[in-house]
Design a protein around this ligand. Sequence first.
Ligand SMILES: Cc1ncc(COP(=O)(O)O)c(C=O)c1O
Length: 370
Amino acid sequence: MKLKPFQLELYFAKYEFTCPHMLCASDCESLSIEELLVLSGTSPQTFLQSRLGYTDSQGDPALREMIAADVPGVTAEEVVFLSAPEEGIYIALNALLSTGDHVIVLSPIYESLLNLAEQITGNVSLWPFHMKDGRWTLDEDELYALATPKTKCLILNFPHNPTGFLPDPAQFSRILEWAASRGIRVFSDEMYRGLELNGRNRLPSAVELNDQALVLSGLSKTYGLPGLRAGWLIVKDAALRAEILNWKLYTSICAAKPGEVLTLAALQCKEVLAQRNRELITRNIAGAAPFFKRWDSLFTWIPPQAGSVALVETKQPSAQAFCEQLAQAGFLLLPSSYMNFGDQHVRFGFGRQAFLTNLQALDDYLKAHY
Ligand SMILES: Cc1ncc(COP(=O)(O)O)c(C=O)c1O
C-alpha cells in the first residue's frame, strides 16, 4: 500500500524544531511532567513505580471510566484508548471504510482525515468552507446535495482546524440528524473541543446526538500535551469497535504505560489546563489584531470563533512561496496548499506562550522587507 505524502507533517518535520519563531502551532502551550504531576496532585512515586508491562489493549479501565464520565451516555466499554490521536484516525477509517464507499470530508481539513479516506475508498467529495461577510461559513444544502446512495461516512471537525469555525448547536444537530436519517456514519474529530473562546457555545459531543457517530478526542490541543500522545475513540457500535480494536493490534497493540499514568493525571486537572489555554489564546488573538491592521496590505484578518488556529487570507501571489520565504527567515506559518485548499491562505496558531514575541519579530522582519 502506497500512501500519499503527508505534506503538512512533512513541512512541520522540516521546520518545526529549527525555525525560531513558531507562529502556526495548532497545539497549546505545553508543560513538564513535573508540573503536570504537581498540578494534578499525583505523587511522583505513582509515576515512577508504575510497571512497564503490556497494558490492556483497549486502555486501562480506570482511565476509560474517567474519559466516559465526561460524555453523557457513554460507558467505559465504549472507549478505545489510543497510542496517539493520529492512530485513531488510521484505525477507525480503515475499520469503517472499504473501496468504493463514498465519503464526504470538510475542506480544508487536517490532511490525514482526507488522504486516508481517499486512499481507502477512492471516492471522496469535499464539503468546502466559504468566506461570507468576513466569516467562514458552511452551506448545509451543499452537503445534502453531495450525498449518494453509497455515502458511508461524513468527516467533521469542530472546533475546526484550520478555520477556527464553530457551528451553532442547532446547525450541528441538523447535520447529525440528517446523517442518522441517511444511515451515514459521522466521524467527529473533537480534538479542539473545550477551546470555545468565550467559554460558552460548547457543542455536545457528536455521540450524544447520534449513537452511530465515532468520536476522536485527546490531550494534544486543548490541554497542551501533544508529547503525551494521548487520544481516544468513542464508538458505541460494538461490532465496529471490535473491528477497530483488531486494527489496533496491528498498529500499537496497546498504549504505553507511562502515557496512561500521565493521562490519568492530566484528566484530573484538565479544566485548569483548558482554562489556561483559552486565556492564552484570547490574549494572543487580541494582541494580534493591531499587527493584522498594520499589515492589511499582506493579510485579511479572519479571527477564529473557537480553537487555537485561524485561516487568514494573504494578498501575496502564492501563500506557499510566501511561507517558504518566511521559514527561511525563521518564521513558521502554514500555507493552505498543505491542507488541500488553494494557495491564498495561511494558518496562524495562537496557543503558544511566545506567540506575541514571535509576532513582534515578524513585524520587524516585514518592516525591513515589505
Ligand atoms: C483536527 C486534528 N485531528 C487530529 C490531529 C492529530 O493529533 P495528534 O498529532 O496529537 O496525533 C490533529 C493534529 O494536528 C488535528 O489538527
